[in-house]
Design a protein. Structure first.
Length: 296
């Protein structure tokens, strides 16, 4: 028997664009589609990106999203779509703020505040991008996962090997199955596997989606554990994203991450996202639950 052909890069990216294209049900009420074929818990980046799209749809194009702050309250269920209620808290000449409540089956799963600004000139400075190898010199994480798949149970193997629309190329790959303790610093190049056109709001939404990838694991690195360690209970608690400059999510971006603290079954993680030419286009902060229980 032959395996089904893997989906093409174009079809994977088209599927992500469709997932983030929230449907307007009524004024300031939107519906986000479920991940086709998804099972289990909704990826947090999906909820954030769909909530951002809902907020952007309620705001005129002259104002651009520059920050969002989200709290995850309950895990989303991939068996259902998500409803987003937008509240217009403030509409000024330079700034606007929105609150977004994401719900499934009448129960909130995420609250998000989002701020928009009319672009204007001003003082400027930024951090320098880390000196790391270019993405062409690194391996696609999908290939790295494939090499380790035979060590995983079948149910986990299917999830790990699921084709993804965003390509990741870690600078210093780690063994997710048997990790060794290492400093809480990691650098990962990422980009969409196919172009998505020129809509800046869509590129911001994809960046928000990708900002939840790899970040939470940074704080686990000094402790020699990962998502796959038996007994680990891991979940994002909150997520903040500052969008400094426009960028393209289908060009290579470097995600530089570190974790300065962990304690009380939580870890705190930070990230800076740079374009290939060194522009700092976004900053990220996230606190997560990293609790280890006795394996059953």
């Amino acid at each position: 028997m032959t395996d089904h052909a893997a989906p093409s890069a174009d079809s994977l990216v088209t599927g992500l664009v469709a997932l983030l294209d929230v449907e307007e049900l009524d004024t300031d009420l939107f519906r986000g589609a479920r991940q086709p074929g998804g099972q289990g818990r909704v990826f947090g980046g999906q909820v954030i990106a769909q909530a951002l799209q809902a907020a952007q749809r309620s705001t005129g194009e002259e104002k651009v999203a520059h920050s969002l702050h989200a709290y995850f309250m309950r895990p989303g269920d991939e068996n259902y779509s998500i409803t987003f209620r937008v509240v217009r808290d403030f509409e000024g000449r330079s700034f606007a703020t929105r609150r977004v409540i994401a719900m499934q089956r009448g129960t909130p799963i995420l609250n998000m505040a989002c701020s928009f600004q009319t672009p204007e000139d001003g003082f400027a400075h930024q951090d320098t991008m880390p000196d790391v190898p270019p993405p062409e010199a690194l391996a696609d994480e999908a290939a790295l996962r494939g090499g380790a798949a035979e060590r995983l149970p079948e149910a986990i193997r299917r999830a790990v090997l699921r084709p993804r629309p965003i390509e990741l190329r870690p600078v210093a790959p780690r063994d997710w199955i048997a990790p060794e303790p290492r400093p809480a610093i990691q650098h990962v190049w990422f980009r969409l596997r196919a172009p998505i056109g020129d809509d800046p709001a869509l590129h911001r939404a994809v960046l928000a989606y990708a900002s939840d990838m790899a970040l939470l694991g940074t704080g686990m690195m000094p402790h020699g554990v990962s998502f796959m360690t038996p007994g680990m209970q891991v979940a994002s608690l909150d997520h903040s994203l500052w969008l400094h400059e426009t960028c393209r999510a289908d060009d290579w971006l470097l995600y530089a991450m570190d974790s300065p603290w962990a304690g009380n079954s939580r870890d705190f993680n930070r990230g800076s996202i740079f374009t290939r030419d060194g522009r700092l286009v976004a900053s990220v902060a996230q606190e997560g639950l990293i609790r280890r229980r006795a394996p059953r």
